[in-house]
Design a protein around this ligand. Structure first.
Ligand code: NAP
Ligand code: MG
Length: 735
């Protein structure tokens, strides 16, 4: 059970690489903060933690834990909130199953995930597990809009030390391919509600029978409510033609989705791609595949594991594969393809990486090739399409001279929530989907066919107003070119433009802002930063995610270095660390070679802002000094190039924390405003400097060897601490 008192600062317990880094860094933070009377506690939002918290009735008393996510969900609605939020796993189906298996193996009496729940008890278990999947954490915590940018010191460092960029040439065959129509973009309808209402979503069959897909959705007045669908038939035809076209062009076939967060829609689209790729096999062996429990949405890896003992099916797969174009690989050495697991290729990370590499992806031959990037839906694909066209025409971006694209993203109160899981459906039979309001009005209606994916998303009025206000403030503070990425020809965006324009006019700042569709805004932003100037992208929720990976990866090599502030609407603060995820590849490297290449720069930036916020909110001078010293330490860390390197034998995450702690202590010792703090940190700084050689030697003693964390999703804290805090000398000084 977690301690019930709320600490001054909450540092979230998460998964994978950032959690390993926390095992090393958090004790340093807690020790330094305690010296200034600031308490830093944790709350568990990890995948394993959320599973354990959801099943107290299945567990022993001593295994149960508090539902920290629910607690945090309430806290972020209060002015006291000061949360440092690290990236956590948005679990895909296979990840959830793996975590359940691991916990069961550790003696947790958790129920199995029911594939086809029949009884009420099974349905309840399934519902509890499903609530943990996908983007289950961020929507709960994000009670504010997001302000993401590279801190000045970080951007200057990237310009002075430009990272490598693949070359772009005009004859590159790399391209983005999207459906010619019948997608979410083409079918979207949107309306702004005049009054608060509830609504139900129904499917009316050809014979007039009505199935309720969802009842009791409620919206406050002023909510913008959208509905749209993607045609399964059109998707199938599109995928067939892209597979053939890729073969003709001699490029790699790749599919870029967000199957983790968009846990309902995107795994289905991914499954259609698996089905299209192996179409002759599905046609010939339909019943056999069904009997083996094959679900294409789980990916080719799961499929192969299920059919491996059936020689006829394996032979048919080999035959089809030989006739297909080469596929974009996740790991060509291990034979892991793009279609292996739905969560391996995630669009916001995969597309920028490919673009940064000069439009080249890895093929099955272990070499780089031009690639056909299939992104079926047209809502945001034009961003990547236009970026590729721009670099083909102008050559790669030069990080030494490029300006920056900052982002102000609309996300508060589940705004434009990606997956919109409770209101996304795979349509069971032909008919008409209607969204019917409490008074009987049909707000939206679509004729659909079996298999179509229908979804509704919404955004409330107050978050939109807050977002526009933030944009006005940031534009005023920076004077940068400021663009609302809204498409007047898309139903949802047209509704937003109707709300945004009057606010800008009323404040007399309409002439300071431009409104452009994503394709045009992409071009304008790339033109601006190519000239060395800066721009602010004011976007909806999905582009907030995509752009804060795309531009940082081009400008800084990684989105992990971003400063990410969520000004909570009720006055609290949440500081997200970086804009990237939990870097599973880093964990693999640590387990195999005891080297953690995770860079905690995002945590340093967030920590500085969190102390600053605490200082402002409570008039706490010591917190301000801690924060200023964090900034000085971050500057020192960048100036001295203390970031972790990629290979075993080189400095890693643990070395980087030693340097950060040293600079932090030096800055606190050197400040003259608070003698007590200075007296406390002077011996710390001296000891860290004097024992440098010994500490570094102890930190690196066991590098290069495999290590045992005692679990992947639910590691053993004692084993993890021993691995992540191997220097007794450093630990004693931090003490
Ligand atoms: P990712 O974790 O951001 O990893 C992509 C790559 O980015 C890494 O392999 C690494 O590159 C680099 N990277 C990210 N953070 C880094 C850091 N601090 N230091 C150094 N390099 C860093 O993206 P992903 O693989 O798409 O997602 C992994 C998991 O994170 C998923 O479960 C996803 O759901 C979750 N996620 C969570 C959030 C969030 O909670 N805010 C956001 C995004 C994704 P190299 O391998 O080249 O070193
Ligand atoms: Mg992202």
């Amino acid at each position: 059970m977690t301690d019930k008192t709320i600490p001054d600062i909450i540092y979230t317990k998460v998964d994978e690489a950032p959690e390993l880094a926390s095992a090393s860094f958090l004790p340093i933070i807690q020790s330094f903060a305690a010296a200034a009377g600031v308490s830093v506690g944790t709350r568990d939002i990890s995948l394993a933690g959320r599973i354990i918290a959801a099943f107290p009735d299945f567990l022993r008393e001593d295994q149960r834990i508090n539902d920290d996510l629910a607690e945090l969900g309430e806290l972020v609605k209060t002015p006291e909130a000061n949360v440092i939020k690290l990236p956590n796993i948005s679990a895909s189906g296979p990840q959830l199953l793996a975590a359940i298996r691991e916990l069961q193996g550790q003696g947790y009496g958790l129920p199995n995930y029911p594939d086809s729940p029949a009884t009420d008890a099974e349905k309840d278990i399934r519902a509890r597990y499903d609530a943990i999947k996908g983007s289950a954490v961020n929507p709960v915590l994000r009670e504010g809009n997001s302000d993401r940018r590279a801190a000045g010191a970080v951007k200057r460092f990237a310009q002075a030390n430009p990272h490598s960029m693949g070359a772009w040439t005009a004859d590159s065959k790399t391209e983005v391919s999207s459906m010619p129509g019948a997608d979410f973009f083409a079918n979207e309808k949107s309306a702004t509600l005049g009054a608060a209402t509830t609504a139900k979503i129904v499917l009316v069959g050809a014979d007039g029978t009505e199935t309720v897909l969802k009842a009791g959705v409620s919206y406050p007045a002023g909510t913008v409510v959208d509905a749209t669908f993607l045609s399964a038939k059109a998707l199938g035809a599109f995928l067939d033609s892209e597979i053939a076209r890729t073969k003709d062009k001699g490029t790699l076939f790749s599919l870029h989705m967000k199957a983790t967060m968009m846990k309902v829609s995107d795994p289905i689209i991914f499954g259609h791609a698996v089905r299209a790729w192996l179409k002759p096999v599905f046609e010939k062996f339909g019943p056999e595949l069904a009997a083996l429990g094959v679900n294409p949405n789980s990916g080719m890896g799961d499929l192969l594991a299920r059919v491996k003992d059936n020689a006829a099916i394996m032979a048919a797969i080999a035959e089809v594969t030989a006739a297909r174009p080469p596929m974009y690989m996740v790991d060509s050495d291990k034979g892991i393809t793009n279609l292996h697991v739905p969560s391996d290729v995630i669009i916001d990370a995969s597309m920028p990486a490919l673009i940064r590499a000069g439009g080249r992806g890895w093929g099955p031959d272990g070499k780089e090739h031009d690639t056909n990037c299939v992104i079926p839906d047209n809502c945001y694909a034009p961003v990547y399409d236009e970026t590729i066209k721009f670099f083909k025409a102008n050559g790669a971006l030069n990080p030494a001279t490029a300006g920056t694209v900052q982002n102000l993203g609309l996300m508060a109160q589940k705004a434009e929530e990606y997956g919109s899981h409770p209101t996304t459906f795979e349509i069971p039979h032909d008919g008409t989907v209607r969204m019917v309001l409490e008074d009987g009005t049909v707000l939206h209606e679509h004729k659909v066919e079996a298999g179509d994916i229908w979804r509704s998303a919404s955004v409330r009025r107050a978050p939109i107003e807050d977002w526009v206000t933030l944009a006005i403030d940031r534009q005023k503070a920076t004077g940068y070119r400021s663009i609302f990425w809204l498409d007047a020809n898309r139903a949802h965006d047209a509704e937003l433009i109707k709300l945004v324009t009057p606010i800008l006019e009323a404040k007399g700042v309409a002439d300071k802002f431009e409104i452009m569709a994503p394709r045009e805004a992409t071009r304008a932003s790339l033109e601006t930063i190519t000239k060395g100037e800066n721009t602010i992208a004011i976007t909806g929720n999905v582009l907030r995610d995509y752009l804060t990976d795309l531009f940082p990866i081009l400008e800084l090599a990684t989105s992990a270095k971003m400063l990410s502030i969520v000004k909570l609407m009720n006055g609290g603060g949440m500081f997200e660390t970086g804009a990237g995820g939990s870097a599973p590849k880093h964990v693999q490297q640590l387990m195999e070679q005891n080297h953690l290449r995770w860079d905690s720069l995002g945590e340093f930036c967030a920590l500085g802002e969190s102390f600053k916020f605490l200082a402002d909110a409570r008039g706490n001078t010591k917190a301000r000094l801690l924060g200023e010293a964090v900034e000085a330490a971050t500057q020192g860390y960048l100036d001295n190039d203390n970031s972790p390197q990629r290979k075993p034998g080189q400095p890693d995450n643990r070395d980087s924390h030693y340097w950060f702690a040293r600079y932090w202590a030096e800055a606190l010792a050197a400040q003259t405003e608070d003698a007590e703090l200075s007296a406390h940190f002077t011996p710390v700084a001296t000891a860290l400097a004097e024992r440098e050689a010994q500490i570094i030697a102890e930190l690196r003693a066991d590098r290069g060897k495999a290590v045992d964390l005692g679990g992947y999703y639910h590691g053993d804290p004692v084993k993890t601490a021993a691995i992540m805090r191997p220097s007794a000398t450093l630990n004693a000084i931090i003490g």
